[in-house]
Design a protein around this ligand. Sequence first.
Ligand SMILES: NC(=O)c1ccc[n+]([C@@H]2O[C@H](COP(=O)([O-])OP(=O)(O)OC[C@H]3O[C@@H](n4cnc5c(N)ncnc54)[C@H](OP(=O)(O)O)[C@@H]3O)[C@@H](O)[C@H]2O)c1
Length: 309
Amino acid sequence: MTKRKLPEELKFIENRQAVQKTTTVSMAGKVCVVSGSTSGVGLAAVKRLARGGAQIVMVCRNPGKAEAIRTEILSQHHVGVDIISADFSVLDDVRKAADLLLKDYPRIDVLINSAGLHSTTRTTTPDGFETVFCVNHLAPFLLTYLLIDRLKQSAPARIIQVNSEGHRFGGLDLNDLNWERRHYMGIRGYGASKVAQLLTTWEFADRLKDSGVTINAMHPGDVKTNIGNNNGPLYRWYLHHIIWRTLKDPVISGEAVFYLAAAPELAEVSGRFFHLTIDEKPAAHALDREKGRKVWDRSMEMTGLIPDP
Ligand SMILES: NC(=O)c1ccc[n+]([C@@H]2O[C@H](COP(=O)([O-])OP(=O)(O)OC[C@H]3O[C@@H](n4cnc5c(N)ncnc54)[C@H](OP(=O)(O)O)[C@@H]3O)[C@@H](O)[C@H]2O)c1
């Protein structure tokens, strides 16, 4: 019997089961800055990068948690592990983290934006932004923007956006980025943040053309992490008793992030979306370049960056 071919936009169903690519390239001497590295995908990524010899800079909101991870990594690998504090729901923290990174690291070879959350309810940050939009999109947008020149000076360099198949839920409304006019739904709020990140990833890729810096986004697999644990007891029950049973070990995410950060065959690949390590077509609404330019401008405004001339 011949296997039915899935339409391009449903390939993620197939890609979940696909054999993933790996690399054993050494990352010795490479400085890798990783947000969200105290848990889940980001933690798996720093462990894999440390095994590959990279110097790690953990950007995280909980220094105590990061310190324990640092101790664990140092007990196993001869690499540097530094910690920089930043709560991604506070954009001033992100600016301070960027300042410290620029002061202390003359080169940054890889930036991995993994910090993120999913919330079933709408909350706002001290700056008045919807929290998921801020943590998942505005904060990594700002951090990436502020580090761009250093990444260019360090070329070849790579940026990896830990995004999500959740972008397929959509939800991005340019007239309501903060969910003030619509009823908030967790998956749509999450989807909106991930669509915004994808649309600005293509914008970054254009601006980085011929600079030696690549930027790609990825879905890190469907893996058992702490995501969603901040929600109420009913959601947590569902997460722990139903969802977690279907999820995989985040070690696959670490391996995929490492591949995207290190694989020689990706040296010049930029502006792509990967399901783990497989190049995949995102949803049509995440490929709307006209909307992308508007999201870029709004993200510049919201993060207090100077608008493009
Ligand atoms: N798990 C999956 O199956 C899956 C699927 C698709 C996409 N993703 C994406 O993967 C990324 C990582 O998520 P995960 O699954 O690894 O979840 P996780 O285990 O909850 O890890 C999230 C990380 O982000 C950090 N973080 C959350 N809010 C923050 C804030 N306000 N400021 C600074 N850091 C903050 C957390 O810090 P603490 O340790 O201090 O909490 C943690 O290090 C997210 O972008 C998520 O959207 C995950």
